[in-house]
Structure formats: structure tokens, C-alpha cells
Design a protein around this ligand. Structure first.
Ligand SMILES: CC(C)(COP(=O)(O)OP(=O)(O)OC[C@H]1O[C@@H](n2cnc3c(N)ncnc32)[C@H](O)[C@@H]1OP(=O)(O)O)[C@@H](O)C(=O)NCCC(=O)NCCS
Length: 181
């Protein structure tokens, strides 16, 4: 791993591909205190839901998303933003923001009702327009993820902060391909 910060170019945020799996796996494991560890296979099966920050071929950051289960009430569909990390030497240069913005740009056209995150970095997400909500508002997440957590006995005493962003949707859907004039 290259720990220097001597690059003159900024990382490029791009969709991940299977060549990135090992680097994403390592990056998430390096942030075990802040992120839920994900298995190699979980990353493989969800690689189309990851973005990476690529600096001259080296992955220095990643972000991912997933749709939460919903039965019947489509007006409440929610995306969770997860696995957001930037290697320390490249922080505070806008890379985390670019990764999360890539996820937002990807999922908003799906017309989801809300994007949320459980995070130890509330200032970062606040800077992107997320606002804090009570964990009781995201019980489906607590059922899906927190129920298997080995760090804290109770999601309501866990210090992670729940935050939400409500996207604005255009009234008219965009055409799949540009119209010729
Ligand atoms: C959170 C994290 C992804 C931010 O990455 P980053 O590349 O440093 O973020 P950016 O440079 O895009 O920051 C954008 C804005 O967020 C805010 N911000 C970012 N890190 C912050 C911090 N540690 N404290 C306060 N505000 C912070 C600032 O407003 C910043 O803008 P500014 O630098 O112009 O002031 C990174 O610190 C990280 O990997 N942390 C460990 C893993 C983690 O906690 N992930 C989130 C869990 S989902």
C-alpha cells in the first residue's frame, strides 16, 4: 500500500469493478472501528453498488449503497449509504464528498424516498445536507443490520448517529437516450 501523499492529481471517483474487490475489502477492514466489516463475497456480489476513488490505479476511498426491503409502502423506499471511507492521507480534499455524491446521483433517479446513513462522522454527512433523525425512524435498518452487530448490545445505546437526506425528484422523467433535434 502506498501511504505517501505525493500525488499531484486528485483521486477520480468511478464505479467499482471486480478488479477493485481486494482493495475495497482491505480498505473496509482498515476502518473496522467506523464501518461494518464486509466479506469478500459480499463485496463481489454487490460490486455494482460500489464507487471507488482511484488515484493512479490505487483505491484510496470507497462508498456503497443498498436498497432496504419494503413491503407495499413504496412511498417510503429507502437507500442506505454505507462502507464510506477515505484513506487518511487523502482526507479533507473533497474525496469523501465526491464518493457520496456519486452514490446520490446513482440512486436518486430510482426515485427513492429517502437516503440514510448510520455514522460516526455526522459532520461530514451534515455538510452534504443530511440531518439527524431518531433511530426509531429506521427500525428496518436496525432489524437488518444492527441485530447482528457484535460491537454494541443495543442499537439505541450505540453512539452511531442516524441521518437522513430526502431527495427532490423532477416531475418529468428523463428519456433513456438523448433526443435528436
Ligand atoms: C468521513 C470521511 C469519509 C470523510 O472523507 P473526506 O474525504 O475527508 O471528506 P471531504 O474532504 O469530502 O469532506 C467534506 C466536508 O465534510 C466535513 N468533514 C469531513 N471530515 C470531517 C471531520 N473529521 N470533522 C468535521 N467535519 C468533517 C467538512 O465540512 C468537509 O468540508 P471541508 O474540508 O471543506 O471543511 C473520512 O473521514 C473517513 O474515511 N472516516 C473514517 C470512516 C468513516 O467514519 N466513514 C463514515 C461512516 S459511513
Amino acid at each position: 500500500m502506498n501511504n505517501s501523499c505525493e500525488h499531484t492529481t486528485a483521486p477520480v471517483v468511478r464505479p467499482a469493478d471486480l478488479n477493485d474487490v481486494q482493495a475495497i475489502f482491505d480498505l473496509i477492514r482498515e476502518h473496522a472501528d467506523d464501518l461494518i466489516i464486509r466479506s469478500f463475497n459480499d463485496i463481489v456480489q454487490n460490486i455494482d453498488r460500489f464507487y471507488v476513488a482511484d488515484l493512479d490505479g490505487e483505491v484510496v476511498g470507497c462508498a456503497a449503497w443498498s436498497l432496504l426491503p419494503e413491503i407495499g409502502e413504496l412511498k417510503h423506499t429507502a437507500v442506505e449509504i454505507k462502507s464510506v471511507a477515505v484513506r487518511r492521507p487523502w482526507r479533507r480534499q473533497g474525496t469523501g464528498r465526491a464518493l457520496v455524491q456519486a452514490v446520490i446521483d446513482r440512486v436518486v433517479p430510482l426515485r427513492v424516498a429517502q437516503l440514510f446513513v448510520l455514522t460516526f462522522a455526522p459532520e461530514f454527512f451534515r455538510s452534504m445536507g443530511f440531518t439527524e433523525i431518531p433511530k426509531t425512524k429506521i427500525m428496518h435498518k436496525i432489524y437488518m443490520g444492527c441485530i447482528n452487530c457484535t460491537k454494541h448490545a443495543n442499537p439505541f445505546t450505540c453512539p452511531e448517529v442516524a441521518m437522513v437526506l430526502i431527495p427532490r425528484h423532477d416531475a418529468t422523467p428523463k428519456p433513456a437516450t438523448p433526443q435528436e433535434s
